[in-house]
Write a protein that binds this ligand. Structure first.
Ligand SMILES: *Cc1c(COP(=O)(O)O)cnc(C)c1O
Length: 355
């Protein structure tokens, strides 16, 4: 029996993704060769790349004028690639946690950065809402889901400048109005594929507007022009990503994912709110449906390690909270079956009865 996997990233993938990836590692596309040992320029792999890009466009209903590329370096490299390619004079950033702060730090290497609001004052337990984004900013960068703190912006914000978003941990969990964005990026290892590839969706006419020279590999245009084949792309995670995208389509697409994700999150938050041992760490209106953060109520604080051990005896893994929040974090990515969430809820109820 597979464990109930609540890891925050790398994290749960659909059985379909894992089985098909394992099969392709043995024998890829009937070539009698492993996916690990074939040319990325073989017609069989080029077909994988083309289909993956097309499915991203289809599932997110990406309008004309955008390209989808698969890059190395993780979401963290995007923290520098975004300002390198898009920041002419100044850009606005929303500081909603660790990942946003890291993005801000990199952007400062390239120009002026206006941090229009921050929720650091309350350990990032909410999403700031009272701020304005000046109209002369090159873009406004947001982190839509704060993986560590469990807050989420589940809508496409209305501002007067183009949006840029780090959607690493909630892409494909809701329909997105891509036309509001100049660029969206997402490290694969939360909702798409094994670690090693980053999905980037970019409006092509937003590129080529900065004066600074950009190293070839860090220039989005290089990868757009060569269809993510300028150099050897991360072949295996891209193949896995394609399997996940096919599985999303087969499950009914992004709206179906959103419905399931919301249901999973709702039953878990209900239990956190009901159970005398636990409380959520995030203000209710900003709670993430991807990463559910909770702690033990003060009078039960000493039971934290016991609950971790109790949960693991039930086959539950990955619920220990990030060190900057403590307590627990249950990550409920798209591949999370409701049955696993129910096992966690049952464990919480049983543990409550014992105390
Ligand atoms: C995990 C994560 C990152 C970092 O991703 P890497 O691929 O490890 O660089 C950045 N942003 C968010 C929102 C994340 O969840």
């Amino acid at each position: 029996m597979k464990k109930h996997n609540f890891y925050a990233g790398p994290s749960i993938l659909s059985e379909y993704t894992i089985k098909n990836t394992a099969a392709a590692v043995e024998n890829f596309a009937g070539m009698e060769l492993s996916l690990l040992e074939i040319s990325h320029r073989s017609k069989e792999f080029v077909a994988v790349m083309d289909e993956a890009q097309a499915l991203v466009k289809e599932l997110l209903e990406i309008p004309a004028g955008y390209e989808v590329v698969f890059l190395g370096g993780g979401a963290s490299l995007q923290f520098c690639m975004v300002p390198f390619n898009l920041l002419k004079k100044k850009a606005a950033y929303l500081d909603t946690g660790t990942w946003a702060s890291k993005a801000i730090k990199e952007a400062k290497l390239f120009g002026e950065v206006d941090v229009v609001a921050s929720s650091k004052d309350k350990n990032y337990t909410y999403i700031p809402k009272e701020y304005t984004v000046p109209e002369d900013e090159d873009y406004f960068h947001v982190t839509t889901n704060n993986t560590i703190y469990g807050t989420e912006i589940r809508k496409d914000l209305d501002v007067k400048v183009p949006l840029v978003a780090d959607m690493s941990s909630d892409i494909f969990s809701r329909p997105v109005d891509v036309s509001k964005y100049d660029l969206i990026y997402a490290g694969a290892q939360k909702n798409l594929a094994p670690a090693g590839v980053t999905l980037v969706i970019v409006r092509t006419d937003a590129l080529g507007k900065v004066d600074r020279p950009i190293p070839t590999m860090l220039n989005y245009k290089t990868h757009v022009d060569k269809g993510s084949m300028f150099n050897t792309p991360p072949v295996l995670p891209i193949y896995s990503a394609l399997q996940t995208l096919k599985w999303y389509k087969d499950q009914g697409g992004i709206k179906a994912m959103e419905k399931k994700d919301k249901e999973n999150a709702a039953i878990l938050y209900d239990e956190i709110d009901r159970n005398k041992l636990f409380r959520g760490t995030v203000v209710p209106e900003d709670r993430s449906i991807m990463n559910v953060c909770f702690v033990m109520n003060d009078e039960y604080k000493e039971l934290e390690a016991d609950f971790n051990a109790f949960a693991s005896s039930k086959g539950i893994v990955g619920i220990k909270g990030h060190r900057s929040v403590g307590g627990f974090r249950a990550s409920l990515y798209n591949a999370m079956p409701k049955s696993s969430v129910e096992v966690l809820i049952a464990a919480m109820k049983e543990f409550e009865k014992q105390h």
